[in-house]
Write a protein that binds this ligand. Structure first.
Ligand SMILES: NC(=O)c1ccc[n+]([C@@H]2O[C@H](COP(=O)([O-])OP(=O)(O)OC[C@H]3O[C@@H](n4cnc5c(N)ncnc54)[C@H](O)[C@@H]3O)[C@@H](O)[C@H]2O)c1
Length: 376
């Protein structure tokens, strides 16, 4: 299969997303033209490093590129002040100079952290994304949002810093655990749900193939997702408007992630899956969309093996009042008011600012009470 190229059009910060098989093996020839000198530092985590670091290093050194590498602990907790400091010092110690490039080899955690380190190291060095999780290939590696979590909330410390290239090697997904594949699938479905009903229909026919690792179906899903993200990012790079739509399900989902301590109890994509069903349910309650769509969304996501209701979370959740408080840490909160991405139908969402707290609370109470009913 030949590689697909999705262009992110951002004037002087434009770049290409290459999607295909065997791209890590070709990384030397693909990356060499972007380097000012034949040197890179690779940042990865201890899961991804086991499988993909050596092949990447081999491909780079075969083209005469000197490689240093830094391996960080896998997991969301790595997006922290402490690991950021450790990483910046390690990159300086590895000899990264102002005009060098840093490669993020891993999922969204490594991409977000490395991108942020690249944004602030020597006031900004180039970085290249080599996303290895489905979530990172369809979402986090594209668009230049980088950052870490604060104890007060997720992704609250960060910068916009676009990569100079994204290499999405579909072969890397072969080593991705199935639960992580499902979590990434939630973001794929998000694109259909928020703005492309035809894509959602296609996903409904292809979800099983994608989850079983079918390369052609996965390639199509990654490409369509990246095309939509590239379009939205080109229109609104720093999220002053339409880019916020990409947060469908995230206000609800982030609160659930915070309530479960950003841990393996609930992966980011799993929080988004539950959050998207809630966003459709809330839209139904407010009369914005026809009844029954949240059920349809849940049925679809469940086929990917995703949780779709708070009762699927294996932890004691705080009461709705506490979840509401957690929502105020959402980056979209403005002037102390909550913003939600709500739906008119599948494939058509909109930004709802200043949503009344009492309505959110009554939805959350009703949603908890639906325990058991959410399942067919
Ligand atoms: N910057 C953005 O625009 C953006 C968008 C969406 C999500 N995010 C962030 O992305 C993060 C979630 O990303 P994620 O789901 O990729 O998490 P992750 O980076 O933690 O990866 C998930 C797990 O899979 C492992 N893994 C990744 N690729 C693998 C592979 N090929 N083989 C074996 N194991 C592999 C990782 O080691 C990790 O244990 C969150 O922090 C979220 O906030 C950022």
């Amino acid at each position: 299969m030949s590689a697909e190229n999705v262009h992110v059009d951002l004037a002087g910060r434009s770049y290409d997303i290459l999607i295909g098989q065997g791209l890590i093996a070709k990384a030397g020839e693909l990356i060499a033209p972007l380097l000012k000198r034949k040197f890179v530092a690779i940042v990865t985590d201890d899961n991804v490093g086991k499988f993909h670091l050596e092949p990447l290093q081999a491909a780079l050194t075969a083209k005469g590129i000197e490689c240093r590498h830094i391996i960080l602990p896998a997991g969301e907790k790595t997006k922290s002040y402490a690991e950021l400091a450790r990483l910046c010092d390690a990159l300086l110690d590895a000899g990264v100079e102002r005009r060098d490039a840093v490669i993020a080899l891993g999922g969204g955690v490594i991409g977000d952290l490395t991108g942020f380190a690249a944004a602030i190291l020597r006031r900004g060095v180039n970085f290249i994304q080599v996303p290895t999780s489905l979530l990172a290939q369809v979402d986090s590696s594209v668009g230049g949002k980088t950052g870490i979590n604060s104890p007060l909330g997720k992704n609250l410390i960060g910068a916009f810093h676009q990569p100079v290239m994204v290499l999405a090697d579909l072969d890397a997904l072969a080593t991705l655990p199935q639960r992580q594949r499902a979590a990434g699938y939630a973001e794929v479905a998000k694109y259909g749900l928020l703005g492309d009903a035809k894509f959602f229909e296609w996903l409904d026919m292809n979800v099983d193939a994608i989850m079983q690792g079918d390369v052609a179906a996965t390639a199509q899903a990654v490409k369509t997702s990246c095309e939509m993200k590239a379009r939205i990012v080109a229109a609104d790079e720093t999220e002053t408007g339409v880019r916020a739509m990409l947060n469908l399900g995230h206000t609800f989902g982030h609160a659930l992630e915070a309530a479960t301590g950003y841990s393996d109890v609930l992966l980011h994509g799993e929080g988004v899956a539950i959050g998207m069903v809630q966003a459709f349910g809330f839209s139904e309650m407010l009369g914005h969309c026809p009844q029954g769509l949240s059920r349809k969304v849940a049925d679809h996501l469940r086929r990917a093996g995703l949780p779709t209701h708070v009762s699927d979370i294996k932890a004691n959740l705080p009461p709705p009042e506490q979840l509401l408080k957690l929502m105020y840490q959402d980056k979209k909160a403005e002037g102390g008011k909550l913003t939600f991405i709500l739906a008119r139908t599948i494939g058509e969402s909109f930004i709802a600012k200043g949503v009344e707290e009492s309505k959110v609370l009554s939805f959350l109470h009703a949603d908890v009470a639906k325990q058991g009913l959410a399942r067919p």
